[in-house]
Design a protein around this ligand. Structure first.
Ligand code: CO
Length: 496
């Protein structure tokens, strides 16, 4: 057996453990009865322990070091070894005590957050979050030397991302997008009232499946279930599951969660299954993952062509609510821009103000220029500044997101990166695919899916996010593409 095939075997074993945990997690979110929780937590913790042991074993380290100087490997093999060695060395920086302390603090903080959000009392959460932020500051220190300490956390979700680049990007968001949204707000507003009538659950479910099928989601390599928060998970590229949430008095939830999660799922289904367990079989970064969901959700799903093709299906399913709505008004309703308090239900433009606020807060927290106790006031001031809104309660403000209670600092920026990459990729796809919009209108997703498979999915992690972006579009991530897309579309929608 060659060293490389030995390496591949070890990586696949680690993946087996991780994906087995993923099955248990998926079950926990969908079908597990309440009494299953205690032993489930134990089972997950046991598997996490085994996974950690395997991925930090001396044997793996020696093998990776030997392979890292093996000139006979192919370019793809070399890149896999480089990635795996980096992960291996990063894992070694964590002492067992730190990992245990972090995991314990996260459980406590998560429980405190749930309670605090429910009863709208930030003080219940604050002491736990303080401890967690302190651990995160320590983590930044032992992970190595970075230009900015926050880079260490960002890199866990978006390898190679730099705080300085994000500052430049979000300065553009602040300068250009804030001004643009103000122009929209000054115009007569469109309505989407008809989206909040009564919509039968079963019919919504059927429609969601139909939308997924149209995108090219492979039901022989996945399934859809219901959960309280929609998500996508995978156990290989041949078993990629999505969940959705149906609200009988808001048709938006089903539509956008199906298309969004469907976009994530198409990416996972498109990763090369022969590279299972290896970096070349994994997604590039969370920003690139989100680019796939946002491209389908926004660039496709909120487009004129998409609804030209699909509006009649909705009318047929819900004639009592939609028969009398004309197409123009429906298309406008799919693209309402309105500053709102909650990130997850924000429109595709003001969404980025929510992310900008979280980026500024996280950076300041990690730098130590603000402390946890300052968060509610700081948060509320930012919502006033960027969205013009008064935050009525911490539950609808600083307590709304789960991320910080999980210790996920550095995650939020990937949401905006995803939208911006999506706009840049879609702009290129339109140049390279003949009559793309007409194909979308006909309900034919194949040309676009093939393009994404060929340009993004098939490579796994072979390229970094930046390399991939340059390879596809000829340049690094450039906010201009998102702004051009937004300007063109909303100038028409709001007669600017
Ligand atoms: Co997503």
């Amino acid at each position: 057996m060659t060293n490389y095939s030995k390496y591949r075997g070890m990586m696949r074993k680690i993946a087996d453990i991780q994906y087995a945990s993923a099955v248990l997690n998926w079950d926990q979110e969908t079908y597990m009865p309440p009494k299953g929780a205690t032993f489930r937590a134990q089972q997950l913790s046991t598997l996490a322990g085994i996974g950690h042991e395997l991925s930090t074993s001396k044997e793996l380290g020696e093998l990776l070091n030997t392979l890292s100087s093996d000139a006979s490997l192919s370019e793809k093999e070399k890149r896999n070894i480089k990635q795996s060695l980096k992960n291996y060395n990063d894992n070694l920086k964590y002492t067992t005590e730190f990992v245990q302390e972090l995991s314990k603090t996260i459980s406590e903080t998560f429980q405190a957050w749930q309670k605090a959000k429910e009863v709208n009392n930030f003080a219940l959460y604050a002491p736990h979050l303080e401890k967690l932020v302190e651990l995160k500051r320590q983590e930044c220190k032992f992970l190595g030397t970075f230009a900015h300490p926050y880079d260490a956390l960002l890199n866990q979700y978006e390898p190679g991302a730099k705080t300085a680049d994000l500052e430049t990007l979000f300065t553009d968001v602040r300068n250009q997008l804030v001004t643009f949204v103000k122009k929209i707000a000054a115009k007569p507003q469109n309505t989407d009232n008809f989206m909040f009538l009564q919509f039968d659950k079963t019919k919504q479910w059927e429609l969601g499946l139909d939308l997924l099928k149209q995108m090219g989601y492979d039901f022989d390599a996945g399934r859809q279930d219901a959960s309280s928060h929609p998500f996508t998970t995978n156990f290989s590229s041949e078993d990629v599951r999505v969940t959705t949430r149906i609200n009988e008095t808001d048709l938006n939830e089903m539509i956008w969660s199906c298309i969004h999660e469907g976009g994530h799922a198409l990416y996972e289904q498109g990763l090369p299954s022969e590279e299972y367990g290896l970096p070349s079989g994994e997604y590039v970064s969370l920003g690139i993952h989100e680019s796939q969901s946002r491209l389908w959700e926004n660039n496709v799903g909120r487009s004129l062509a998409y609804w030209k093709g699909n509006f009649s299906k909705l009318q047929t399913a819900f004639p009592e609510n939609l028969k009398s709505i004309n197409f123009e008004d429906f298309y406008k309703a799919m693209n309402i821009v309105k500053p709102s308090l909650i990130r997850t239900s924000a429109d595709e433009l003001t969404y980025h103000f929510h992310v900008l606020i979280r980026f500024e807060i996280e950076k300041a927290l990690i730098e130590g220029t603000i402390e946890v106790k300052d968060l509610p006031n700081y948060w509320n001031a930012k919502y006033k500044e960027y969205l013009g809104l008064d935050v009525p309660s911490d539950s609808k403000g600083v307590l709304q997101d789960i991320h910080w209670s999980h210790g996920s600092f550095g995650y939020f920026p990937t949401y905006s990166l995803g939208s911006f990459y999506a706009a840049q990729f879609f702009n290129q796809a339109k140049k390279e695919i003949t009559d793309l919009e007409f194909e979308i209108e006909k309900g034919n997703s194949k040309p676009l899916l093939d393009w994404l498979r060929g340009n993004v999915h098939q490579y796994g992690k072979f390229y970094s996010a930046e390399e991939l972006c340059i390879k596809i579009t000829g340049e690094k991530l450039n906010f201009k593409y998102f702004m051009d897309y937004a300007t063109k579309k909303y100038t028409q929608l709001y007669n600017l």
